[in-house]
Design a protein around this ligand. Structure first.
Ligand code: TMP
Ligand code: ASP
Length: 242
């Protein structure tokens, strides 16, 4: 690729294009967990996550959510609007799982009365620690007004995704999103929404391991990672074609 590489992350590479307002994201098959202490590959993941993200972002745009997505020139590539990423990872939880259970003792699978919105510092050196609102302001990561905007949009995205995945016979347990600010100061949904960044449980399965359709299969060595990702892609695309 002739373009200048701007940044290589754990799952994607970002390239400049001739247009300073447009960047090219190339999705990789590389998979990491536990802040890259565990490393591996998930065959076909780059294409699958790119195509799921493209399809969901196009659909979210049609529902009034502004995203950085432009188009997908190759199956594992996405052209996106250039943004400055807000260094706050926004996690929305509908059901207790993962770090929420580890840190609070809540039982996995407990349905939360209200979706929980949490913020984590996007900082690999520090291990992406949980933030409070006041810590966000002390660190000057984002303004109070923007944070309110982010929370409102995150809750809206959750409502859209909950009902969408439900139609796919998938339970949206939790997910992580990131936001960016473009040159006109618009707040845009950025990064990706995929089985790497969501917990997705198969509604047709009750077994706690068999139902897992996301990166927890890789994190916990549950096997059949590729087929789970393929199944999510197939259901998402089929639902959007209806
Ligand atoms: P957690 O329970 O480990 O905090 O994860 C919450 C959600 O965020 C889950 O859907 C997985 C996603 N996630 C990421 O996308 N990137 C990360 O680095 C981590 C830790 C979680
Ligand atoms: N994305 C994180 C990592 O690379 C953690 C995770 O998804 O579990 O290591």
């Amino acid at each position: 690729m002739s373009q200048e590489k701007l940044y290589e992350g754990k799952a994607k590479i970002l390239y400049a294009t001739k247009d300073p307002d447009i960047l090219l994201t190339v999705y990789k098959d590389d998979a990491t967990a536990f802040n890259a202490q565990k490393k591996g590959q998930i065959a076909g993941k780059g294409v699958i996550n790119c195509q799921i993200t493209a399809a969901l972002y196009k659909w979210l745009e049609s529902e009034g959510i502004a995203t950085h997505y432009i188009d997908s020139p190759e199956p594992n590539q996405m052209r996106v609007k250039a943004v400055t990423i807000v260094p706050v990872e926004v996690v929305v939880r509908n059901i207790a799982a993962g770090s929420l259970c580890r840190q609070t003792g809540l039982s996995e699978g407990k349905i939360l009365d209200n979706p929980l919105v949490e913020y984590y510092y996007k900082n690999d050196e520090l291990g992406d620690p949980l933030l409070t609102r006041d810590r966000i302001f002390i660190l000057d990561l984002v303004s109070a007004q923007r944070l309110t905007e982010i929370e409102n949009i995150a809750r809206k995205i959750n409502q859209h995704l909950l009902s969408f995945f439900d139609k796919c016979n998938i339970i949206l347990v939790d997910f992580k999103i990131e936001f960016g600010i473009d040159s006109q100061q618009n707040l845009l949904l950025a990064d990706e929404i995929s089985p790497d960044t969501c917990r997705l449980w198969d509604k047709n399965e009750t077994d706690a391991q068999a139902r897992v359709m996301d990166k927890d299969r890789f994190r916990k060595d549950l096997g059949q990672v590729e087929s789970a990702y393929q199944q999510v892609q197939a259901r998402v695309l089929a639902q959007l074609e209806k």
